[in-house]
Structure formats: C-alpha cells, structure tokens
Ligand binder design. Sequence first.
Ligand code: AMP
Ligand code: MG
Length: 330
Amino acid sequence: MAPKKKPVKKKNSGRVPLENNAKPEDLSTLSKKELNERARKFSKQYRVTDGDKFQLKKYSTIPDVDMGPEEKPLIKQTLQLGVEELAELQDKMYAQDKWSLLLIFQALDAAGKDGAIKHVMSGVNPQGCQVTAFKVPSAEELDHDYLWRCQKNMPERGRIGIFNRSYYEDVLVVRVHEPLLQAQKLPEKFVTEDIWENRFKDIRNYEKYLYRNGTKILKFFLNVSNKEQKKRFIERIDNPKKNWKFSTADVNERNYWDDYMKAYEEMIRNTSTKESPWYAVPADNKSYARMVIVSAIIKAMIDMGLEYPKVSNEEIADLKATRKILIDEK
Ligand code: AMP
Ligand code: MG
C-alpha cells in the first residue's frame, strides 16, 4: 500500500486580498465583538508572521477597497470607531500594568509615517504613550551597539511606545549605504558578508526576549509606490506649509529605490515572527493605511486579554464604607 501523502502545510507567504473594489461598509451598527472581528480579518491580509517566502511584489501599495471621494464620510467614521476602541484598550493596558506595546514604523520618505502616528494615537491618553524618532546616530550613539539607543526608549509596562524609525535602519539605510556601516566603528573581524544575516538573528532574539518580558511588538512597513512618493515630494515643494518637510537629500535616495526594496524585502523575510509580525501596509492612500494600522493594533491588544485589575470582596466592602463616610460628611 502506498504511504499516505503528508498534507502540505500552507505557509503565510502571499496575501489573500479581499474582493477587488469592495465598497467600505457602514460599521456603526455593529457590536463591539463584530467590530473587533472585522479589525482582525481586515489586518490579517497584510500581516506577515512567517517571512520565509515573503515577496514584496505580492503586496500592493494601493487599497483593495474603493476609497473615492463619495466614500469619505464612511471612511472617517470607520477610523473614528477604531481610534475610540484603541483608546479604551489602552486605558485597560495602563490599568493592568503588565504588557507594553511597541509600534515600529519604517518606510521611505513621504510614505506617511508621521501622519499615521499622529492620527492613530489621536484618541490615546498621552500619559500612556511615548514617541521616539530615530535619526542619523550621534557620536555618543555610534560609540555603542545599534540597539543601545532603542533599548533606552522601550515603553514601560502599561504603555504604548512608538518608534518612528528604529534599529531596523541598521539593516536598511546602513545596508544601502556602505559608508554608514564604516561609521559604526565595528572591529573589522565582524564586518563580513554575514553581517546582515547576523543582525537579523540578533534582532529576532532581541524581540523574542522582549516578548517574553511582556513587550508585544508590531512592525509597520508603509509600502508607498515610487510614483506616489514623487507626487508627494512635488507637493512638498509646491505647498509653502510643507516646504520644511522637503529635503533634496530625500530625492537623491530615489536613485537607490531598488536597493531599498531589496533591503526591505530581506528584512521582512528574516524578522517576521508570530509574536512580532510585520505588516506590509499599502501606503499610497493615507486613510487606508491608517485603517490597516488601527485594525492591527486593536487585534494585538485584544489578544493580550487585557482586563481592569479585579477588586477583592474585602476591598469592595472598604470602598462601600468609605463611600458612606463621604456621603455622611457635613
Ligand atoms: P527623518 O526621519 O526624515 O527625520 O530622517 C531621519 C534620517 O536618519 C533618515 O534619513 C534615516 O535614514 C536616518 N537614519 C536613521 N537611523 C539611522 C542609522 N542607524 N544610520 C544612519 N542613518 C540613520
Ligand atoms: Mg526625512
């Protein structure tokens, strides 16, 4: 008798898109449970948990849903619902004081990182979150390993930490521009062709360590197209209020577009895990990108099983007695 064929295990290599040109739905009548289920489903298509076969070209830069002007009110409403849910979850996380959440944003310039951070966190209590932007490393930072400056800014328990860029720059811009690696002053014996593989391994281990200590990490790659980036750069030149955001150096980076795409693809392939997934977020439409991000955060926070700390019967009796004292006060 022929041996039974083992079922082929399906890997999360490509994404399963929603129906093409689906219309955004009115979510206002849904229960909380139904809403959260939508968030889970919606974000899933962009989540990469096992990067082995990840191919950037399979992930679109444009939405699956019709985002035309007539859909604006519904999209606004959906985002509002998401932001409100996020605020509630964050309140619980803060009260529970066990988990922390780290949101990492990586993208090429003008992909919408700053706007997404501003919008997604708009409903969250500022006491419960902290944002850190990582720029070209200072002399002091270059005198340490590349995780040092990030470790110093990890969110406390109960808080949301946002990294606008992160240690992932050390396998992106530093990989694309050789002189930046030289500037890191590593002993020569460690600067070999294995350096990127080794960094991926170190990052995976580091994130596993953080997770086991209660830090959930979500990583967002805002996937903007070359054409859309060009359009946004021109807008930054044409609109005086946006001039400050424009830098000629950013435009020069367009010459390295393919190198960056390759570096992003390899990074996602090597550092996507079940506990700390990457999301390849279509970023040519800003509202859509924000919907994906909010949904992904809601999903992750629900999975934490957050609850307000329980009060014992004794404590309840105490509360009641104190209440009586307050009421009886003259
Ligand atoms: P921005 O976020 O637009 O203010 O720009 C910050 C700049 O810092 C970007 O060009 C990044 O590529 C750069 N940057 C961030 N981290 C590093 C790093 N580890 N090494 C070199 N450049 C970096
Ligand atoms: Mg910039």
